[in-house]
Design a protein around this ligand. Structure first.
Ligand SMILES: Nc1nc2c(ncn2[C@@H]2O[C@H](COP(=O)(O)OP(=O)(O)OP(=O)(O)O)[C@@H](O)[C@H]2O)c(=O)[nH]1
Length: 418
């Protein structure tokens, strides 16, 4: 069966004058549950086919059209067939002539199937709402970031009072940080176009009050009002995200000074060593050791020693350039790594650090004191086979600086060079 005949099954015609039937086709008869058009023609009045409550309106509409007061128009009615089953029709009036006198021709289109399909869709959406409204997981449906559905948990996650407040947003892009929006748009398009079935990411979103919420988002395509849309299931993992960041920070930093720790610097050393070897860029390593630190602890107490370590860490950073690294290598020893820096430059920097730290006054409780540092500098050579070899040469230079009276910078002996 073609589409046209499917439609014509819902399409009937009747002509009447003062509701007395003058012509009816078979489809019209079937719509109202009659066996044939003849049964319609046998009716004294078509008003019998119209629900009692609608009859007055039908009569005045008829009179208005026939008298020329109203133009023929399209109307929608709910009708009942002979078996009491409701059906929905769209009627189109035409003024016509029947046997030389004016009459009204009505074309009826039964659109009950469409209404039934829509109801089914509404019911399935109703079920979806019932299932998701009480979910503790944030659930949202959107199409090209236009919000279509949002449950209470989602509104809570984003800091809105109600789902309605979220649905009022013109675009959900406003809850995505600007730098992530392009990626979000691309992901959405890939989903809608069926290039991927689903995706799952942990990403930053913006709450109503402007604070960050880290969300685990799983997305998949669903049909919403019969048209593809994206359903996002969201879980607030902000706390876990911060915990993880804190653990990562703790794993890589010294708790006393906040500087990189030895473990983290070892990784950086390995990377910078490889880069320098590959690209033949200069790399300098400086070991810095606070002079007479034992005495400081002994005279002013361990916490005064800690204060000196903290201050020297902060103040050394001020002298270094962007791209230089500083770590607490251990005890009262710091390691400075200067990528893309030749020995002459590194020597200047080392001396600047030494001078700057020597000028400082450490204050702890009633104590005020100053101290100096010694530094050993080594520049990477082709004979350094590992990062450890480079550090070992800087350590030798530091030893010489201590031997030669402290408060000075010494260069590593180029013992391996031929
Ligand atoms: N307050 C404090 N002291 C520390 C810390 N780590 C190491 N030390 C102390 O640093 C001191 C280092 O002493 P030494 O190795 O003899 O070195 P020094 O006294 O600086 O002597 P030179 O290096 O020859 O100038 C020791 O007393 C350690 O206990 C720390 O985190 N805090």
């Amino acid at each position: 069966m073609g589409k046209v005949s499917d439609i014509s099954a819902y399409y009937g015609i009747v002509i009447h004058r003062d509701f007395v039937p003058l012509f009816a086709d078979e489809r019209y008869a079937q719509m109202f549950g009659y066996d044939s058009a003849e049964d319609i023609m046998a009716l004294p009045s078509l008003l019998e086919l119209i629900a009692e409550d609608d009859r007055d309106e039908a009569i005045s509409a008829y009179e208005a059209v026939m008298s020329g007061q109203a133009r023929p128009k399209v109307r929608v009615y709910e009708n009942y067939n002979r078996d009491g089953e409701q059906f929905s029709v769209l009627t189109i009036d035409h003024l016509t002539e029947w046997q030389g006198k004016p009459a009204l021709q009505i074309t009826l289109v039964d659109f009950s199937p469409q209404i039934a399909a829509e109801k089914k869709l509404q019911q399935s959406e109703q079920r979806y709402r019932l299932l998701t409204e009480s979910s503790l997981q944030g659930i949202m449906v959107h199409r090209f970031f236009e919000p279509l559905y949002c449950n209470q948990a989602m509104a809570n996650i984003l800091g809105y009072d109600s789902p309605e407040a979220v649905l009022k947003l013109d675009s959900l892009l406003s809850i995505i940080p600007e730098e992530n929006q392009q990626q979000a748009i691309q992901l959405h398009e890939r989903l809608i176009q069926g290039e991927v079935d689903s995706n799952s990411v942990v990403t930053e979103n913006v709450r109503r009050d402007g604070t960050s919420a880290w969300l685990h988002i799983s997305e998949a395509v669903v049909k919403w009002n019969g048209i593809p849309a994206v359903q996002s299931l969201m879980m607030d993992v902000t706390q876990q995200h911060h915990d993880q960041r804190r653990l990562e920070f703790q794993a890589n930093h010294d708790p006393l000074t906040g500087l990189m720790n030895r473990r983290s610097m070892s990784e950086t050393l390995t990377e910078e060593f490889a880069i320098s070897k590959r690209s033949l860029q200069p790399l300098c390593c400086i070991l810095l050791d606070i002079d007479n630190f034992k005495q400081i602890n002994d005279r002013f107490g361990h916490s005064a020693g800690d204060e000196a370590l903290r201050l020297f860490a902060i103040e050394s950073l001020k002298v270094l350039r962007n791209g230089d690294y500083l770590c607490r290598w251990g005890g009262e020893e710091f390691l400075l790594l200067l990528p893309n820096t030749v020995q002459e430059q590194a020597l200047l920097i080392a001396d600047r650090v030494r001078e700057h730290l020597a000028e400082l006054e450490v204050t702890k409780d009633e104590h005020k004191f100053s101290t100096t540092v010694s530094l050993g500098l080594a520049m990477l050579t082709s004979y350094d086979s590992s990062p450890e070899a480079l550090v070992a040469r800087a350590d030798s230079a530091l030893y010489i600086a201590k031997e030669r009276g402290k408060n000075r910078v010494e260069l590593a002996p180029q013992v391996y060079e031929l």
